[in-house]
Design a binder for this molecule. Structure first.
Ligand code: WT7
Length: 649
């Protein structure tokens, strides 16, 4: 069995890494025996304006969940990511931008980044943006995305980034919930040779009458494509920054002032605005970046994530820049214009640390040698994986074909809510087992509990919880603290529930088995089944819908949707296409169902609850063991569904 394979740390790697296994053991021990002392010391990884005297003040008590770190300290995020490096690294490269088109690239030194961020921060101020205001970013992957983020932090505005692949409807929902006052976007984005009409989507979103909170739309010219213009509301980025001052004093922020909101999906209702605050988040992103990737001066680091996801926040922008690293921001996709693009970018920029997702790895693996053709990838030293469990076959291929068996793979488990990586190998410290995220990072105390919430010890499997807080933890659901407590702290009282299941082996290694709630992970993108279902039933011809995940070779999980039409409607091929298109419009392309199953009826209990367990089994063809169906209101529904499945395309 492949999971028995172990890759010990190579001696040369341990010798040159920041930390070896003995070092890890010692530091981990300190971090959990005395978290207060540990974080008092390691909070110093940042420059503080007013030093903190208090370190940890956190409670997971039901009804009183309250999380504060470094609460009396003050600092500024952009000053930590830029200004403090200027004296020693002003002329070193902060951001390398690699365009969708391989012929387009540019780089920004720390000095240049400082100038751009200050100018844009001043431009925002001139538009009336103040400390505490929420600024919505709907941007392509260009340096200005990072510049806008840092400019917000410079003046104490709270950014809320919406992934450019989300639809106008999804964007409007996030603007309304966060009460954003400004949207920053571009004329168009460019991905895989195709233009994405970002400004047009913003215009469309703002036709929603509840988006009146938006006063201005700032538009970056990226492609030069045609855009509609609303005088008095729309402003060109280049025009408002042109004459802006190149100096902007960083705002002094309290450690617990909000830094950003980022929406993520849960098992119920609308996406939640995950709120991260300033001090703890940045301490944690900075420290995890350093140790997990074994960052050392001279490294060139490339994270392929989009800024619209938490990985793009913590490990594309904040973690790397706070460490004074060189970070690559890539506009395109890993297999355009050729299958070898990812490998080519590694060679072109001498990337030493590569951080990508299993879905990309599997897509390249399917193409075999084409994915590395004509490249050496000699510069690589450490490789990372994030977003979903990596299957051992993909791990082995990544290790062998991309890393030439030289580079340790850090399989990093974490979540939007956790702010930074919680379970992960460290390159010089951890023997690797393909498919396992291995051990907790410093200060992280995972546990497994059974369904009654009892902690279970030793080699076992259960629900993954955290028994105590870490600095990067989310503080609340924006505008709904009750929902925060309900979602994360009520299932297992006094613990943070991750929503994931995991197994722990005899070496104490964790193997994430996936979500145990109604959350899907499609190509590393997180989606609630409830969200897709409500998009489906919003269609005038649909009466009812139920969505389940099914294994998918490249995407990890695919979306399987059971759809019941209103009486009198016929399931035609045209309607099939229309329904898929409808979901794209409501949420975005990433939510498009892979399979539509026209169902005459759904299996329900007598109290009307849909039995998803049965739907999951039918979707995967596992109909030999449907379990107890006697509680169904109408057991014949099951046979009908199995019959229909044969006709599903
Ligand atoms: C969910 C969080 C963290 C940034 C990207 C996703 C799954 C994430 C791993 C991993 C197994 C993983 C979990 C988690 N997940 N990384 N290395 N191994 N599962 O962030 O959108 O908040 O999703 O992604 O199920 O709960 P997210």
């Amino acid at each position: 069995m492949s999971e028995l394979k172990i890759y010990p740390v190579k001696e040369n790697i341990a010798a040159n890494a920041l930390i070896d296994d003995a070092g890890y053991q010692k530091m981990y021990e300190q971090s959990v025996v005395n978290p207060e002392g540990f974080w008092r010391e390691h909070g110093q990884i940042l420059d503080w304006i007013k030093p903190y005297t208090k370190v940890k003040n956190t409670s997971y008590d039901p009804g009183h969940v309250d999380i504060k770190w470094f609460e009396d300290g003050t600092l500024n995020v952009s000053a930590n990511c830029i200004d403090r490096h200027l004296a020693t690294k002003g002329d070193e490269v902060a951001i390398i931008w690699e365009g969708d088109n391989p012929e387009e690239d540019k780089s920004l030194t720390y000095n240049e980044l400082h100038k751009e961020v200050c100018q844009f921060a001043n431009a925002l101020k001139a538009q009336g943006v103040k400390k505490g205001d929420v600024v919505c970013l709907y941007m392509p992957m260009v340096p200005e995305a990072a510049i806008a983020m840092l400019a917000c932090t410079r003046i104490g505005a709270v950014h809320s980034i919406v992934f450019g692949g989300f639809s106008p409807e999804a964007l409007a929902g996030r603007i309304i919930d966060s009460n954003s006052t400004i949207v920053i976007t571009s004329d168009e984005g460019l991905r895989g040779g195709r233009a994405v009409p970002l400004k047009q989507n913003v215009d469309q979103a703002l036709t929603n009458p509840d988006t009146k909170c938006i006063e201005k739309v700032i538009v970056l010219k990226r492609t030069g494509g045609d855009v509609a213009w609303t005088e008095g509301r729309d402003l060109w980025w280049h025009e408002i920054t042109e004459n802006a001052s190149e100096q902007c004093e960083p705002e002094e922020m309290n450690a617990e002032d909000p830094l950003f909101i980022l929406y993520t999906s849960g098992s119920t209702g609308q996406p939640k605005g995950v709120l991260h605050t300033t001090g703890g988040y940045l301490v944690y992103a900075t420290m995890t970046f350093k140790y997990v990737f074994d960052y050392q001066p001279g490294d060139v680091y490339w994270c392929t994530a989009d800024v619209g996801w938490i990985t793009g926040h913590s490990y594309l922008v904040y973690g790397p820049l706070a460490n004074g690293a060189t970070t690559i921001l890539f506009e395109g996709v890993p297999n355009y214009p050729s299958t070898a693009r990812m490998s080519e970018v590694v060679d072109k920029h001498n990337v030493s640390i590569l951080y990508t997702a299993p879905t990309a790895i599997r897509a390249l693996m399917a193409k075999g040698d084409e994915a590395t053709a004509g490249t050496s990838r000699n510069s690589l030293r450490v490789m990372g994986s994030v977003g979903e469990p990596i299957n051992p076959e993909a791990w082995e291929w990544y290790y062998r074909a991309i890393g030439d068996e030289k580079c340790p793979i850090v399989d990093t488990w974490w979540q939007t809510e956790t702010g930074g990586i919680l379970i992960t190998p460290l390159p010089g410290a951890t023997a690797l087992k393909p498919g396992s995220a291995t051990r907790p990072f410093f200060g992280v105390q995972p546990a497994l509990v059974d369904n009654e919430g009892q902690i279970i010890e030793g080699a076992t499997e259960g629900n993954l919880v955290m028994v105590d807080s870490w600095p990067g933890q989310m503080r609340t659901v924006y505008g709904d603290h009750e929902r925060f407590e309900q979602t994360y702290f009520s299932t297992f009282k006094g613990m943070y529930f991750t929503g994931d299941g995991a197994r722990r082996d005899e070496d104490g290694y964790y193997w994430i088995t996936g979500r145990v709630d109604d959350v899907l992970n499609v190509s590393g993108h997180r989606m609630g089944t409830a969200e897709i279902e409500s998009a489906l039933v919003a269609h005038e011809k649909i009466a009812e819908a139920a969505v389940v995940g099914v294994p998918h070779e490249i995407k990890g999980q695919g979306i399987y949707a059971y759809v019941t039409l209103n009486a009198g409607e016929e399931p035609t091929p045209e309607l099939h296409a229309e329904v898929k298109q409808w979901v794209r419009k409501e949420i975005g392309p990433i939510a498009t169902p892979d399979v539509l199953h026209w169902a005459e009826a759904l299996p329900k209990t007598r109290s009307g609850k849909i039995m998803r367990r049965i739907l999951r089994k039918i979707a995967t063809g596992d109909t030999g063991s449907l379990g107890d169906t006697s509680t169904l209101a109408d057991p014949s529904v099951v046979d009908k569904l199995i019959e229909e499945k044969a006709k599903v395309v």
